[in-house]
Design a protein around this ligand. Sequence first.
Ligand code: 5GP
Length: 176
Amino acid sequence: MLDIDISPLITEDEIKTRVQEMGAELTDKFNGKDVVAICVLKGSIMFFADLIREIKTDVVCEFLGLSSYKDAMTSSGEVKMTSDVNTSLNGKHVLIVEDIVDTGLTMQYLQNNLNNRKPASITTASLLLKPDALKCDCKVDMVGFKIPNDFVVGYGLDYGGQYRNLPFIGQVSSLN
Ligand code: 5GP
């Protein structure tokens, strides 16, 4: 176990309520459309699993792997695709599901990359957004919570591969 202090920032109940609201909005938006929901691995797993169950219309689920971190807490700024979706996005309504938008470089990379595949539309949903960390003009259509520019873990988000299974979002307040 890594030795860090974690202070709760967003509770399990708050996440649940917000994810239900986002799912209802997406249900209205996508009703009757050909939708491919893309889970961006690995941080989005919890959010994705909960969000798609709140979307009450048919969606095809796909998974895409990206890496941008050079160590546990610092982004390298260079995004690399480690695994791709298994279906054509041509003419589909694509929903990108991200855990967190920090600098925005990952989201920008994704939008550019997926846009080249000629989808009918791209909608982006991120559970978290750090407005003060944004370094580019990327489009995020739906945000669960805006948070301060601090490192967070839990509900899919890791530190050194751990803490993804915490049911709440916690702020890493000090490293020992
Ligand atoms: P961006 O490209 O927007 O700077 O970073 C996006 C990715 O960095 C996220 O998908 C996530 O994997 C990681 N990331 C950014 N901020 C945090 C954070 O506070 N905690 C964790 N665990 N990962 C983060």
